[in-house]
Design a protein around this ligand. Structure first.
Ligand code: ADP
Ligand code: MG
Length: 259
């Protein structure tokens, strides 16, 4: 039967904190302020997911729902170069252990990309992927970011419960797909910018993800990203079914997330 797999983040330190990486069959959420590396992590994992299991990959294709227009194929190609020679050519299963090619273009082709313009489209795109997923070639689904369109579409004072209802439906479907198709579902998320709200609800870091209880309950693994000293970034595991609360540092390089 289906076995849970883990996909590496690109950082050994962070992987160690996560017992090897983000796991399939549930939702993982990374949240944090602007420029802390959420999108870079999504790009890095989109390449690593394609790699052989021994390299921290899942030998799978990737589906990428972009809500902020920040996906860059050039970055995928740069990150693929880091793992040169190891990106398998699909159709999957790729024929034989050494049938790998140095092909950054192939790394891009293995990613089914879609740009969502509003929250309704975000849900439609998710639903549309179900037929792709039945081929059992996909191991990673990225939503970058999960809340941005809900926040713009339901910005009125009285619209919060309606927003949370729509969000709940989206997340239930994403959870279902994670389980049914053995996917890592990686969602990025923003933090509340209202300093009053942060001070009121905050954990030790004064940063709280948006999406409320609905998202908090849907996310099995939650990671807070923040800027550290100099180029350093810090990831803190705030919720996990099998890892204690702990921190790891990582950097963002041309080759993606690294130590
Ligand atoms: P977020 O999605 O959390 O807002 P990003 O994932 O977009 O943040 O990360 C932005 C950061 O990544 C910036 O600090 C930028 O300098 C860094 N970055 C982007 N591309 C590269 C690269 N090719 N090499 C090194 N750092 C990069
Ligand atoms: Mg981003």
């Amino acid at each position: 039967r289906k076995r849970c797999i883990r996909i590496s983040t690109g950082s050994k330190q962070l992987d160690a904190c996560l017992n090897g990486g983000f796991q399939t069959m549930s939702i993982s959420e990374v949240y944090g302020e602007f420029r802390c590396g959420k999108t870079q992590l999504a790009h890095t994992m989109s390449v690593i997911a394609q790699l052989p299991i021994e390299m921290g990959g899942a030998e799978g294709k990737v589906a990428y729902i972009d809500t902020e227009g920040t996906f860059r194929p050039e970055r995928i190609m740069e990150i693929a170069e880091r793992f040169g020679g190891e990106v398998p050519r699909f159709p999957f299963p790729f024929p034989g252990a050494n049938a790998t090619v140095v092909d950054p273009d192939q790394a891009c082709e293995n990613i089914a990309y879609a740009r969502a313009q509003n929250s309704e489209m975000q849900t439609e795109l998710l639903e549309g992927l179900a037929s792709n997923f039945t081929t059992n070639e996909f191991r990673l689904l990225v939503i970058d970011s999960v809340m941005s369109l809900y926040r713009t579409d339901y910005s009125g004072r009285g619209e919060l419960s309606e927003r949370q209802q729509a969000l709940g439906a989206f997340l239930r479907r994403a959870t279902q797909m994670a389980e049914e198709f053995n996917l890592v579902v990686l969602m990025t998320n923003q933090v509340q910018s209202d300093p009053g709200a942060s001070a009121l609800f905050a954990g030790a870091d004064g940063r709280k993800p948006v999406g409320g209880h609905v998202l908090a309950h849907a996310s099995t693994t939650r990671l807070l990203l923040r800027k550290g000293r100099g180029e350093e970034r810090v990831a803190k595991i705030v919720d996990s079914p099998d890892c204690p609360e702990r921190e790891a540092t990582y950097i963002i390089t041309t080759g993606g997330i690294n130590d």
